[in-house]
Design a protein around this ligand. Structure first.
Ligand SMILES: Cc1cc2nc3c(=O)[nH]c(=O)nc-3n(C[C@H](O)[C@H](O)[C@H](O)COP(=O)(O)OP(=O)(O)OC[C@H]3O[C@@H](n4cnc5c(N)ncnc54)[C@H](O)[C@@H]3O)c2cc1C
Ligand code: SF4
Length: 256
């Protein structure tokens, strides 16, 4: 089933990439005694984290358009197989976790898999060359980067160094990303199925006005009964609408 949805919590909506569904799902799992696997950014360092600490989970919010090796998260999840776990990742990372778990011979009944619709990731070389170029302009090292929300100020980046905070509105690196000129090699031939998960999440910028929230709308697909049950348990925290069949072909901000 497909839904257009966004959180009722205005602060969480602001911190999210689209409708803030990730954080509502995460809070739902934590309230049941579970843990959440996602990506956080420490300065310029991106890493996976598996935790039940809501302050840490808050740091997972927002899309970072780079690939981060999920192996540490796979290992932590496999060391706690009796724990309810929400794993949110790119389709290739969901595929990888399923395969890793199968190889380890562990049952995955306690894992809820969530895939993000995926346009691809920026290649590390393109990203770090760009950061080097910005460092050259500000004449000091870049200390952190924030990938901005599409609806807030266009597809941009905010780059910080010790003495500067530079918001880049539609910089070349993002324009190239949208046109897939600087995506990682593996993304050019990607065939991973975004619906091989319990839930699929994406941005619903292009959705019909009848389904839209101007502050951010997510598209959520429940692909399994487990996914639907989790959605039902948090539905009261969301504004949500079914995407009717006749609107199924409306453009979604994704080609995967
Ligand atoms: C690289 C990338 C490409 C995407 N491409 C598209 C697209 O083409 N079309 C589309 O509709 N949606 C795309 N998305 C998904 C979209 O940007 C939102 O993540 C999704 O709609 C969920 O939004 P939210 O508001 O519910 O949660 P948010 O609060 O934005 O949730 C963030 C979630 O994304 C995870 N995350 C962030 N960065 C990464 C990363 N680098 N690797 C793995 N997980 C990460 C966090 O751990 C967290 O679970 C992409 C996301 C990423 C990371
Ligand atoms: S496009 Fe495919 S290979 Fe690239 S990050 Fe997304 S799911 Fe992974």
């Amino acid at each position: 089933m497909k839904f257009a949805a966004w959180t009722r919590n205005k602060e969480d909506l602001k911190a999210a990439s689209s409708g803030g569904i990730f954080f509502e799902l995460a809070k739902g799992i934590v309230s049941q005694g579970g843990q959440v696997a996602g990506v956080i950014m420490h300065g310029m360092k991106l890493q996976w984290n598996v935790t039940d600490d809501l302050d840490e989970i808050k740091r997972m919010r927002g899309s970072k358009y780079l690939w981060v090796n999920p192996l540490p998260a796979y290992q932590k999840i496999c060391s706690t197989p009796s724990r309810q776990t929400l794993f949110v990742g790119l389709p290739c990372q969901v595929f990888g976790l399923k395969r890793y778990i199968r190889l380890k011979g562990i049952a995955d009944k306690n894992i809820t898999y969530v895939s993000l619709r995926c346009h691809g990731v920026i290649s590390s070389k393109s990203f770090y060359d760009y950061i080097k170029w910005v460092s050259g302009i500000v004449k000091e090292p870049v200390t952190s980067v924030k990938f901005r929300k599409e609806w807030e100020k266009g597809a941009g980046l905010s780059i910080n160094s010790a003495n500067h905070r530079i918001p880049f509105f539609r910089p070349k690196i993002i324009k190239d990303y949208i046109k897939k000129r600087n995506v990682a090699k593996m993304c050019k031939t990607c065939t991973y199925d975004r619906n091989a998960s319990d839930i699929t999440l994406g941005d619903f910028w292009g959705c019909h006005l009848a389904l839209k929230n101007r502050d951010g709308t997510s598209i959520m697909e429940t692909n399994t009964w487990k996914g639907y049950t989790l959605f039902k348990s948090i539905a009261h925290k969301l504004h949500w609408k079914f995407v009717p069949r006749n609107l199924n072909d409306i453009p979604v901000n994704s080609d995967k």
